[in-house]
Structure formats: C-alpha cells, structure tokens
Design a protein around this ligand. Sequence first.
Ligand code: NDP
Ligand code: 2IT
Length: 449
Amino acid sequence: MPDLDSRLRPTFDEVLRRNPGEREFHQAVHEVLSSLGPVVSKHPEYTDGAIIRRLCEPERQIIFRVPWVDDSGQVQINRGFRVEFNSALGPYKGGLRFHPSVYLGIVKFLGFEQIFKNSLTGMPIGGGKGGSDFDPKGRSDAEVMRFCQSFMTELYRHIGEYTDVPAGDIGVGGREIGYLFGQYKRITNRYESGVLTGKGLTWGGSQVRPEATGYGLVFFVDEMLRTRGESFDGARVVVSGSGNVATHAIAKVHELGGTVVACSDSSGYVVDERGIDLDLLTEIKQVRRGRLKEYADAAGGSVAFVEGGSVWDVPCRIALPCATQNELDADAAATLVGHGCTIVAEGANMPCTPEAVRLLESAGVGFAPGKAANAGGVATSALEMQQNASRDSWTFEHTEERLSQIMRGIHDRCLETADTYGSPNNYSTGANVAGFIQVADAMLALGVI
Ligand code: NDP
Ligand code: 2IT
C-alpha cells in the first residue's frame, strides 16, 4: 500500500494493531485516509479532536450465536454480527449480508464505507452494517425463515427506528426482510415500520427501493457521461453479478439506450451480444434462485456460458462491477483498459482492488467509487424511513425522481470537492472528502462521546 500522510500514518497503524487479520477493513480505512492529507492541512481541528481516530473505532460491535434447526432436524449454528459504526448524523443505517464469507472484518469494512456513503446522500443517517456467515444457497424457504427468526431474536434488542435501521445486502432481499420484520413485530408487539427498510409494498415498503441501487448507479454514470459530452446511447456495457444491484443496473442501461452484453455469478459469466434478456435473467436468478448457466441453456444459439472465467475479459466501453469486494483486480483493469474501456463505476462495495483503481485512474479511465455510485440504495432506504415516519407512500415516479436528483447531487458534490481539494475530476477524493467533512463537523459539534 502506498504511504499515507505522516499525520495519518499513526491512526492507520493503530487500526492495524487493534484489528488484526481484518484485511478488508484495513483496505477500506487506508483508501479513505489516503484522501484526507489535504483535509487535515486545511482543518487541524480534525486531528486535534482525534476525529479520524474516533471514526476508525466502531461505537458498538455486537457478535452473537444464531442456532436454528434445518429441515432434517439437525441443529445448525451460525454467527451473527451488527457493527454500529457511527451515529453522528443519524441512527445507524446499513444492510445485512448473509454469505459464508462474512466475518467481523467484512462487516467492519462495509460499516466503515457506509458512514461516508450515508453522509454523501445528505440524509440524516449514520453508518452500520451486519450479517451472518449463514449461506442461504440451497436452503428451503422454511429454513431461511427459521434462520431469520433466530437471528432477529437476538438482533431486536439492538435496533429501532431511532437507533439502528438494517436493510438488505448480499443474500438478503425481500423474502428475508419479511421474515425479519415479522419476528421483530412479534417480539416487540409493535408495528414499527421504520425499523427495517427494503420492506414489501403492502407492509410499509417504498416504491423504487428494490431498483434503487442499480438505477442510482446508472444515473450516476449518466451524469459522468454528460460531463464528457457523451451518453449511454449505443454504449457497450458489462455488468458483473446477477443479483439485485446487477439486474436493475442492466434494466436502466437498456432504458437509456446502452446494451449490456455480459453478466456473471460466482460460477462464471454469460455473453449475449443481443443484450441480456432481463425477463429470462430475472426468472432464473430472482424467481427460481437458479444458476446463471441456466440462462445460456435456455437462450441457446449464440449465448455462451464461460465457467469460472472473468467477465472483465469481455470488451466494453463501460464496466459496472456489481457482485462483491475485490472482484476486479489489476489484471482485469489492464484488460479493460486494453479493450478501450473509459468508465468503471462500482455498484458493489469495494469491488476494485486498490491496484486496479490506481491502474484505471492513471490510464485516464473515469472511476466512480461505490460509496458515491451505489449510494442510491441507502438513499432510497432513507426515503422509505421518511414515508414510514409520515405514514405516507409516494408514487413510483415521484420516488424515482427523488433518487435521480440525489444521485446527480452526489455526482456534482464529488466533482466540486475534488476540485477544491486539488484533485480535479477524481471522484474517489471527492467522495471521501465530502463524505468525511460532514461527519467530522457533526462529531466536533457533539463533543467527545
Ligand atoms: P445479491 O445477493 O442480490 O447478488 C449478489 C451477486 O453477486 C450474485 O450474482 C452473486 O452470485 C454474486 N456474488 C456474490 N458473492 C460473490 C463472490 N464471492 N464471487 C463472485 N460473485 C459473487 O446482492 P446485491 O446485488 O444486493 O449486492 C451486490 C453488491 O452490491 C454487494 O457488494 C453489496 O454490498 C452491494 N450493494 C448492495 C446494495 C443493495 O441495496 N442491495 C446497496 C449498495 C451496495 P451467486 O448468485 O453465484 O452467489
Ligand atoms: O451497501 C449498502 O448501501 C446497502 N446494502 C444498502 C443499505 C441500506 O440501508 O439500504
């Protein structure tokens, strides 16, 4: 990792010492600190008040056992997490991830990113994240329900509409939020809609929340294109993943005139030169919870499934990584550059390795970091909280317009801040600095807590 400003190095060393083995958390902290040198030069009060040191230490970390009984009567034990990272701007807010790779380092990296992302949205939400090493793949609905009920039986005491408001992430969608909300309601005897977001439309959910992260990502890229005098019209796009974020990103790219020619899952990728057929993809991945290979089997003809390959080998002008952390490394970045890619925007959280980001930026590729480009999901969660608090529900059109304005606002704020802090056109610097300053100022105002 390249060296940090000498005033920030001791803070990073402290993070390394206090959080041994949490590689992804170290990576996320380093990435933010690497932008803050010019900020501490301009604002010594942030170092004097130990703001950055405090930001790197979660306010609260909860780890718990999640026992449940599978369909064959066996007792299964998973580990549950909720890291309540920072509440200077509002109640902790961030998703829950159910994936076998989840451990404290993943939850902390996601919670840390969430602080700055949520700040960038301009909404009153702090940062948190949670999840479990539970693997929903191949589990029946009844097993997922029993797991969610057991998970909430511990989590309920830590959350609340004014305290901490979880939502979905990898492996957690509408089905899981339903089971979680049901158990919360039962235990507390409260219909507290604002305690979770990503709810169904008939029980307190918001229009556009399922679509929001993918749509928001594409609105952000549309704005990047506009600053270059370009548009999605005729653009060849590659998206990784085929879950919630990927699916809705594909839909919006197609609506704006681009063509997504490839997408992936953890087993491989498909190339469909006619453009990914969203109805087919949704039926296989979201409805049947099947594998992407079935897309190629069903589409037949010229559609290829490449088992175990890298989707970044497929030439494109715009690349949208929407699967998971560190999925796009320096080799993939070099391949993209070689193929003439001009924009990489992160729908996932931290999908590009630091080496990939350096390579892309030095090659002049427009790079949008996740904490800015994928903020549409949590921003629409905040709109869901707003609707719950006022017992109102807005139309699809109104909510999508709000999302679009928020994403275009984040885009402009990144560029203006990058300019002010001496890194014109650098979206990473803009996002880190703009996200940081708002939280830092609130922390200063609230005293040493
Ligand atoms: P889903 O569970 O709906 O989809 C995840 C997709 O990524 C699947 O296609 C999955 O493949 C693939 N994937 C997951 N883990 C891996 C892995 N280790 N290697 C390769 N592929 C993998 O999750 P989401 O779409 O909600 O989340 C995707 C990303 O977007 C995550 O980084 C998440 O943190 C981020 N994000 C999500 C938001 C939301 O609102 N949902 C908001 C902002 C960011 P398979 O089916 O084979 O597992
Ligand atoms: O990473 C993210 O921003 C999310 N998974 C969404 C969080 C939320 O609270 O909607």
